[in-house]
Design a protein around this ligand. Structure first.
Ligand code: TYM
Length: 328
């Protein structure tokens, strides 16, 4: 049995990328492992958030976790700000980090470059807080999409650095758990760019709560090249390759099987089938979500989740403060 931890930011409406790259893998491992899944609202405030929207999205994200199949009897579901040890250890991990290594993070560079002279310091210190999330639970495996690889590497570096200085057995060194397909879903309009919650172009992104009609429209209008052959080639045919990745992730078919099945049929038929497969996976999630979002049961689950998470997190935090002499 492994300890598994992952988190999603309530910083926008969840996308098909979040589902295929992360969320669907969370439920696959919950039967045999000790799992912790978190709504990381303190990561979301590294850029300004509207208070009412942040609050709503926090609840919505918790409901989506459950609607996607997370079983609160098997996995612990909680909100980051309700377990204070996250920011407490986050600060300690910040003190273990070097400015240079934080400045080299590609997500930091991307986000900072869009903010001119007013780069929030929280964007820079985001990775040590993420390391704290993971290390508090003595996590073995972290299911995430491909874009989180670098954050996982720095988490491992910080854990190893801490253990070297303060004692070999304080932190378990975690490993990334990448899914097979769908680990990097790209924008439908700019297929060389990652599909993202925060993309201003709504047609570039399939949201988990999109209506079937919208899903169909977006996939139909997805950017593809003009040679009309369903063939996998990330470099030369990024648009169609992205749709093939999505289809492979949704149906468990290989790229070869897809190429064979759609040989000589053009993009129209294939896009129709990608839309259908997407709708058939998302519709049941949307139904369960609608049932859950306004129930008091959601609050009961989150309150219990925070208690269980805190039980484990406080043990690690105590060991950390002891190792560092951070007590009276
Ligand atoms: P976030 O909220 O951006 O995304 C949540 C998860 O979705 C994955 N993902 C994708 N996978 C495939 N294709 C895409 N286009 C795509 N977009 C997003 C992400 O890889 C992620 O697994 N830093 C994290 C949140 C976090 C965290 C943690 C994760 C904070 N603390 C501790 C794991 C463990 C983030 O911004 O994810």
């Amino acid at each position: 049995m492994s300890v598994i931890f992952s988190g999603i930011q309530p910083s926008g409406n969840l996308t098909l990328g979040n589902y295929l790259g992360a969320l669907r893998n969370f439920t696959k491992v919950q039967d045999e492992n000790e799992c912790y899944y978190c709504v990381v609202n303190q990561h979301a405030i590294t850029v300004p958030q509207d208070p009412k929207t942040l609050h709503e999205r926090t609840r919505q994200l918790a409901a989506i976790y459950l609607a996607a199949g997370l079983d609160p009897e098997k996995a612990v579901l909680f909100v980051q700000s309700e377990v204070p040890e996250h920011v407490q250890l986050g600060w300690i991990m910040t003190t273990m980090s070097y400015v240079g290594e934080l400045e080299r993070m590609t997500q930091y560079k991307d986000k900072a470059s869009k903010r001119g002279d007013s780069v929030p310091a929280g964007l820079l210190t985001y990775p040590p807080l993420m390391a704290a999330d993971i290390l508090l639970y003595q996590t073995n495996l972290v299911p995430v999409g491909d874009d989180q690889k670098q954050h996982l590497e720095i988490t491992r570096d910080l854990a190893q650095r801490f253990n070297r200085v303060y004692g070999e057995d304080v932190f378990t060194i975690p490993e990334i758990l990448l899914g097979q397909d769908g680990t990097r879903v790209m924008s439908l309009q700019e297929p060389t760019k990652k599909m993202s919650k925060s993309d201003d172009n709504q047609t570039a992104t399939v949201y988990l709560l999109d209506t079937p009609k919208d899903i169909e429209k977006k996939i139909k209008r997805a950017q593809t090249d003009s040679d009309n052959a369903v063939r996998y080639d990330r470099e030369a045919k990024p648009g169609i390759s992205n749709l093939m990745d999505i289809f492979a992730a949704l149906t468990d078919k290989s790229h070869e099987e897809i190429e064979k099945a759609y040989a000589g049929q053009g993009y129209g038929t294939f896009k129709k089938d990608v839309a259908e497969a997407t709708i058939s996976v998302l519709e049941p999630i949307q139904k369960r979500y609608a049932e859950l979002i306004d129930t008091p049961e959601l609050d009961v689950i989150l309150t219990k989740g925070a208690e269980k998470a805190r039980e484990k997190a406080s043990k690690t935090y105590e060991a950390v403060t002891k190792a560092m002499g951070l007590y009276r």
